[in-house]
Ligand binder design. Structure first.
Ligand SMILES: Cc1cc2nc3c(=O)[nH]c(=O)nc-3n(C[C@H](O)[C@H](O)[C@H](O)COP(=O)(O)OP(=O)(O)OC[C@H]3O[C@@H](n4cnc5c(N)ncnc54)[C@H](O)[C@@H]3O)c2cc1C
Length: 565
């Protein structure tokens, strides 16, 4: 069976949870902050998170439902949370003692597949360790702990199953090839282990039980088989919105212990052990890893700052912490469940206002779901040069141009500022990502996979499905040919940074120039490394004949670039 279906959670935990208004009286401070805003304390963050967790837990009568025997292992992967965690819930329900495990897999810290960038850059490495620290703390609060082991999961899990006599390892299902290979190897190796059971002369082989948990819509609730996923996002969205429902969050018991007797719970590695450099984020958004920070951010964005009702108007911004939700790093690490966001949106709509903006956050989360399901349908083609449509094009791998892009030295402030933000914080707005992607593939003509791997290395919210899904779209090799778009720098600058505030935040020298010169500073800035495909003017619909590079597709008046943004 492809994934483990949990009907039990629906029947046991559909009762709605009544929340006291006083729950919101104490709030976290700016735990995510721009440089100018004073910091936060972990305690404040924890307090808000605890209050949110309470809403998504169930009281002790749930304990009566526990009916299993022996030890069950939960192998934490990209589901680093206690709330709405199906693998953790199933392990708890089916055993007398749960052993939560995280394997620090050395392969995550090697190079990216083709171009050898650090597979997990320093900022995401730091974020991941914060996630683990927080997970451990939250598990301890619920009566458990986190066993941290260093090595390959497919080697560690069988040995742990043997040591603790665990018949089942529960984990969240993944969809891309690297993760699927690990699942496959873990299954095979677990089957090699023989465990003694109650009946004499009878042996049991432990198994890996995978459950679905990464999307807002459950895979089992889609109105079509994943292999028949619609080719366009709009078809997909309309179909699920009319035919499927979003499940409630699983209400977790508020006590999950006791754990089995473990002599040494291991240590969460520090950056040096991972071979990573500690980087201090002193400009832009500072993200803290973990469920507590994630829940605090939901609280802050929705309830404290009341920003949900204007999300649709602000979401295309680039500067500051609040133009969009900034949930993505926590969603990608699984510190935040998309179903929890859905429930909070619905609660907000009931208690405050329901409008286009409140809906639009769900609209964006459906994009995230779409790319996840697409990765099942399209398999490895998502990672190949020609993409799902197997498009043949001439791409360049010009190192000088790529380095200029990567280091934020292209001579185009809008590109450079975004690339500097990415290196300094591990984050870039959606607007920025679309612009720098378009610039790399269309204006520079560079192999899109180099850009995608650079994002893979740097992004805090790196997720193979959303990253490669968006890059294939941006490069015009995605499954939907209609999504093929060119982002004109002059037009984007005019629409989204008309005063040059964003570029001068990241390139402070530009702040001295008059506003209208900040995007095209001429001699006072680096000389542009390429000529834009459609020239440097704001009237971007006249193709330029003097292009520096052969872009994807090779023709300067290519009809594939039908939409100019
Ligand atoms: C070239 C490129 C690469 C990208 N790589 C990633 C990636 O590795 N991981 C990732 O999570 N997102 C990726 N995105 C999508 C998007 O840019 C980020 O999800 C978004 O900027 C995160 O900021 P936010 O949480 O404030 O988003 P919001 O605007 O607040 O949106 C809410 C949530 O919706 C989801 N979402 C929004 N837009 C998209 C989208 N286009 N695709 C998928 N999900 C979306 C995210 O989970 C996001 O947190 C990429 C986009 C591009 C153009």
């Amino acid at each position: 069976m492809f994934c483990f279906k949990l009907n039990i959670s629906k029947t046991i935990f559909t009762k709605s949870f009544i929340v006291s208004k006083t729950m919101h009286s104490s709030v976290s401070r700016n735990y995510v902050c721009m440089q100018q805003v004073p910091g936060f304390t972990i305690d404040e963050m924890q307090k808000t998170a605890d209050q949110s967790v309470q809403r998504y837990t169930k009281d002790n009568d749930a304990l009566n439902k526990r009916k299993g025997k022996g030890v069950a292992i939960v192998w934490f992967r990209n589901d680093l949370r206690v709330h709405d965690n199906e693998a953790l819930f199933l392990a708890w329900e089916s055993s007398e003692a749960v052993l939560p495990v995280y394997c620090v897999d050395p392969r995550l810290f090697h190079g990216t597949y083709h171009f050898g960038f650090p597979k997990t850059g320093a900022l995401r490495g730091q974020f991941l360790m914060e996630c683990l620290t927080d997970l451990k703390r939250n598990l301890q609060k619920q009566g458990l702990d986190l066993l941290v082991q260093h090595g390959k999961p497919e080697e560690l899990l069988p040995s742990l199953a043997k040591t603790y006599g665990a018949y089942t390892v529960y984990a969240q299902k993944e969809t891309c090839s690297e993760e699927l290979n690990v699942e496959k190897m873990a299954t095979i190796n677990l089957e090699q282990v023989e465990l003694q059971c109650d009946q004499p002369n009878f042996r049991v082989r432990p198994k890996l039980e995978l459950c679905w948990g990464s999307t807002m819509y459950h895979i089992d609730d889609l109105p079509f088989d994943c292999m028949l996923l619609p080719d366009t996002y709009t078809q997909f969205r309309k179909s699920i919105e009319s035919k499927s429902a979003i499940r409630n969050c699983i209400r977790m018991p508020n006590s999950l212990g006791p754990p089995p007797d473990v002599k040494d719970w291991g240590c969460i590695p520090d950056m040096t052990e991972l071979g990573l450099e500690q980087i201090k984020v002193d400009r832009g958004m500072k993200f803290i890893g973990g469920e507590s920070a994630a829940l605090s951010r939901v609280f802050e964005y929705f309830w404290k700052k009341d920003l949900l009702k204007i999300y649709k108007d602000t979401r295309n911004g680039m500067l500051g912490p609040d133009y969009s939700t900034k949930f993505s790093p926590w969603l990608a690490s699984g510190s935040l469940s998309p179903r929890l966001i859905y429930e909070e949106v619905k609660r907000y709509e009931k208690q405050r206002v329901a409008n286009n903006s409140t809906y639009w956050v769900l609209f964006e989360l459906i994009w995230r779901d779409y790319f996840r399901f697409l990765s099942i349908k399209e398999g490895n083609s998502l990672f190949l040069l020609g993409g799902p449509r197997n498009v043949k094009a001439n791409w360049s791998q010009n190192q000088i141009l790529f380095d200029a892009w990567k280091n934020g030295q292209t001579g185009y402030p809008l590109i450079d500022a975004n690339m500097k933000e990415l290196s300094a914080t591990g984050f870039m707005s959606n607007r920025g990502r679309q612009i720098v992607c378009s610039f790399l593939v269309r204006d520079m003509g560079i192999d899109w996979r180099i850009g995608a791997e650079w994002f893979e290395s740097c992004l805090l919210d790196y997720d193979p499905c959303s990253n490669y899904g968006n890059w294939t779209y941006g490069a015009g090799v995605g499954n939907d040919p209609r999504e093929d778009r060119y982002f004109s720098i002059p037009k984007q600058a005019q629409n989204y940074d008309p005063e040059g505030e964003y570029v001068s935040y990241w390139l402070p020298k530009l702040g001295a120039l008059p506003k209208e010169k900040r995007h095209f500073p001429g001699m006072s800035y680096i000389k542009p490394v390429v000529v834009l495909r459609y020239g440097n003017t704001k009237k971007s619909n006249t193709p330029s004949t003097s292009r520096g590079m052969s872009a994807a597709g090779g023709k300067s008046n290519d009809s594939r670039y039908k939409r100019i943004h």
